[in-house]
Design a protein. Structure first.
Length: 99
């Protein structure tokens, strides 16, 4: 997941890849990580997006696509839930610190 976070990754596909049912894989995944599959994947994507948001040449929609979100509004919602701020506010505040 760390290497392929930008791809379309589904619980069904990963469970099938390791020859397990979705429900059993989901149960094992949560026991091992303490997180749901989607939460874990979105966390990776948000962490990767933080570095990309510092690039002034990338639009937020570009960052969303590069980290695996098909929809910028969903990316914004997940980013805000994870960080407590909107991507543009993060980009501005971190840009001031780095710039």
């Amino acid at each position: 997941m760390n290497d392929n976070y930008a791809e379309r990754i589904t619980l069904k596909d990963v469970a099938g890849h390791v020859y397990l049912s979705e429900s059993y894989f989901s149960k094992i995944f949560r026991e091992e990580t303490g997180q749901t599959f989607n939460f874990y994947l979105n966390h990776i994507r948000i962490e990767k997006s933080k570095g990309m948001l510092l690039n002034r040449n990338l639009k937020i929609s570009d960052v969303a696509i590069r980290v695996g979100f098909d929809d910028q509004s969903y990316f914004t919602k997940v980013f805000k839930r994870a960080t407590g701020m909107l991507p543009n506010a993060y980009k501005e505040s971190m840009g001031r610190r780095c710039g």
